[in-house]
Ligand binder design. Sequence first.
Ligand SMILES: [Zn+2]
Length: 242
Amino acid sequence: MLASPGVAGPLAAIGADSSDPCPAEQARRAAPPPNAPPPNTTPPHPTPPPDPRGPGPDTAPDYRERLQAGPYGWVHRPHWCVWVEPADSTGTATAVEQRWRAAVEAALVPWQGVVPLTLVSEPERAQVRVRRQRPPLRREANGRQRASHGRALLEVGEVQRRGQWQLEPQVVVLISPGQRQAAIQATALHELGHAFGLWGHSDNPADAMAAQPGPLPILQLSARDRASLGWVLRQPSRFAQP
Ligand SMILES: [Zn+2]
């Protein structure tokens, strides 16, 4: 479980100082146009084509071929600042909100071992903002509307922090509170994987990033999830430097 805000720890909420890895946003402007068209949302969860290597957890060390770079290249950062919508202590649905918050924080823990991240208490310090909100219905190509419990939406902008402009991915993650706690945690684990750079889906239901999850909620990262993100982190990215 994570440290609560104000308690020292790798994921603790932090204040502003010169060593703060999550300085507040001072200004924002549109990013220069990219060279290629991109997905600006999570790809839908289609039934993937059969893997020529066959099914099974050990046939592939990762699923890099199922991932895609965005318009500005592979999305990764040396450090992520994450804001999670707090439970509203004055609201009537406090228990639901606290359960949701606890599930999302639990989902951040496995990712903490793979990407450097800090939980912040103010959204303007974050590149990833997790909101307690059911994603809107998505209309598919066949005209049918599809509901989901989670969605990650990527935007790219130029953001000024501590006086410096930087190209920055801004990811809004919507996680519905209308699920059992384990399902919220599994949904958050999956959508946070998109946020941290896994823009695509695994064909293996044992992976957190599975396109078609199995009957049991996946609450931990598989070796394939870790290896796939590790591969993304080794790809060139325009987000790594000022
Ligand atoms: Zn997904």
